[in-house]
Design a protein around this ligand. Structure first.
Ligand code: DX5
Ligand code: ZN
Length: 219
């Protein structure tokens, strides 16, 4: 795979929210390709993060692609408001929608990249029937809900399986890996076939975020 396909997406969850604009500019200047926004509802995950007004404020701070990860038990009613706030991709979880067709169609209709995510314990098989209907396949490498957790290397086999299925079918789907990604494990993620690498703590809390981004991207 060509290295120019690899994108690093710092997760805003690890930023200092009292200095949101500076923090966004800091990672953008450091070379971030995208910005990952973690939306949590206290139901699908045991935590709350931030919602539509914050996404709207983030939109005014940057032109970066806003990669919006909806950890919501009921994402349907919020797709359009998040799009209106400025989201560029909208990712919903397979665990909340065993038939995600309508959600994915709606995301596409809104003009966003269509993402489907699986938790560490969800087998990847459930995602295979939807590959033709998505642009982004997100594999969680921690239990969703909190930043700063340890990477679970066992999910890499799901990344490999997805890569194989996507390439065999010749589909333009990017694989995204999210949770505990750092310079220490990024090469394994890339080798397994992940192209979008989300990194919260490893970028925002790094002494040299530009170096961290380069190491995660592999160049
Ligand atoms: C977890 C989120 C992740 C997380 C990444 O629920 O989906 O995006 O914030 O943060 P780190 O890189 O610190 O694990
Ligand atoms: Zn995320």
């Amino acid at each position: 795979m060509k290295t120019h396909d690899i994108r690093v997406a710092p997760s805003l969850l690890a930023a200092d929210f009292a200095r949101m604009q500076e923090e966004i500019e800091r990672v953008e200047t450091a070379g971030a390709d995208l910005l990952h926004l973690d939306i949590m509802d206290g139901h699908f995950v045991p935590n709350l993060s931030y919602g539509i007004p914050i996404v709207e404020a983030v939109r005014r701070c940057t032109t970066m692609h806003l990669d919006t990860h909806l950890m919501l038990a009921e994402p349907g009613p919020y797709l359009e408001p998040f799009r209106a706030a400025g989201a560029d991709s909208l990712t919903v979880h397979l665990e909340v929608a065993h038939d995600p067709r309508a959600l994915l169609e709606e995301i596409g209709r809104l003009g966003c990249r269509r993402g489907l995510a699986v938790n560490p314990n969800t087998p990847v098989d459930g995602m295979l029937p939807w590959l033709e209907h998505i642009d982004l396949a997100l594999v969680m490498s921690v239990e969703p809900g909190f930043g700063g957790q340890s990477f679970m290397p066992e999910v890499l086999q799901k990344v490999r399986a997805l890569r194989q299925a996507i390439d065999a079918a010749g589909l333009p789907v990017d694989i995204e890996i999210d949770g505990g990604v750092s310079p220490a494990n990024a090469a394994r993620c890339r080798d397994a076939g992940a192209r979008w690498l989300v990194a919260g703590s490893a970028v925002f809390k790094a002494e040299d975020p530009a170096a961290a981004i380069r190491q995660i991207r592999g160049r």
